[in-house]
Write a protein that binds this ligand. Structure first.
Ligand SMILES: [Zn+2]
Ligand SMILES: [Zn+2]
Length: 268
């Protein structure tokens, strides 16, 4: 698998790409090309063009969840004629607001999504390509990864607290173990890894890239670091929604790497 970071909060010096506080990765698994998340704006398209990546080749767009820093690029992928196949949790396109009333959900609602894309709504694990699986809803939660709400979601006009049940991730099953690709890990990064292990029937974890949604140096972070260590995870690429303080804490015990637009990973 080849993974190229199209969008991240950070860019590397001397590469001249654009950054925004969002996520988008371009992934190749043999002959299949996959776009994981679309960032917040058209920055993913502009960076892909500079990198010489032809996004018309993409067979699947996969959404980690519906927040607009992951779904905000979707309107720029509307094509006349060709409809991209879009894989997401069934509740990814609900209307969402933060506590100030600011819209933080997908810019396209489900009706608009179905008009522009070939939507494949998946609550359960779903195969994307030979080695890549969408994990679906993360069902089993580790006790230290308690769920939390971010703002509100609207279900049939009723405002409910939003526990982001649509949050999911991708897993790549390589010859030596699993590589996990996450958006924000609202479901809990360790719970996501547990689900990937169960779905793939494989316990070896080669690495993880993405947002882990860890900001405070607290008990949850320390239990997460314990979990990473116990699982012998060889390479960690925490980014997007991981604070500097959390990265420093992880780096004391784990092999962590910097992430930025233009980073390219190759996993067998
Ligand atoms: Zn999010
Ligand atoms: Zn995010």
């Amino acid at each position: 698998m080849k993974l190229k970071v199209l969008v991240d909060n950070n860019t590397f010096i001397d590469m001249y790409y654009l950054a925004e506080p969002a996520v988008s990765y371009y992934i190749e698994d043999n002959d299949d090309a996959i776009l994981f998340d679309t960032g917040y704006s058209d920055v993913f398209l502009r960076n892909a063009e500079k990198m010489g990546i032809d996004l018309n080749k993409v067979s699947h767009i996969v959404l980690s969840h519906g927040h607009n820093d992951h779904s905000g690029g979707l309107p720029y992928l509307k094509r006349e004629g060709k409809k991209f196949k879009l894989v997401a949790h069934p509740s990814a396109f609900v209307k969402r607001e933060d506590d100030t009333g600011l819209s933080i959900g997908s810019p396209l609602n489900e009706e608009a999504i179905r008009k522009c894309f070939d939507l494949s709504a998946q609550e359960d694990p779903y195969r994307i390509s030979e080695h890549l699986l969408f994990l679906g809803q993360i069902r089993k939660k580790l006790p230290f990864e308690k769920s939390y709400a971010i703002g509100k979601k609207y279900v049939e006009g009723t405002a409910l607290e939003d526990r982001i049940e649509d949050d999911s991730a991708l897993v790549y099953k390589g010859k030596d173990g699993l590589f996990i690709i996450t958006g924000c890990s609202h479901a809990g990064i360790c719970s996501i890894i547990e689900q990937a292990k169960e779905v793939c029937g494989e316990n070896k974890i080669l690495g993880v890239i993405g947002g882990f949604h860890l900001f405070d140096v607290d008990e949850r972070l320390h239990k997460t670091i314990d979990y990473f260590e116990e699982n012998g995870i060889r390479s960690l690429y925490p980014c997007h929604c991981v604070s500097l303080a959390a990265k420093i804490e992880m780096g004391k015990r784990l092999p962590i790497h910097e992430v930025g637009v233009g980073l390219e990973l190759e996993i067998e």
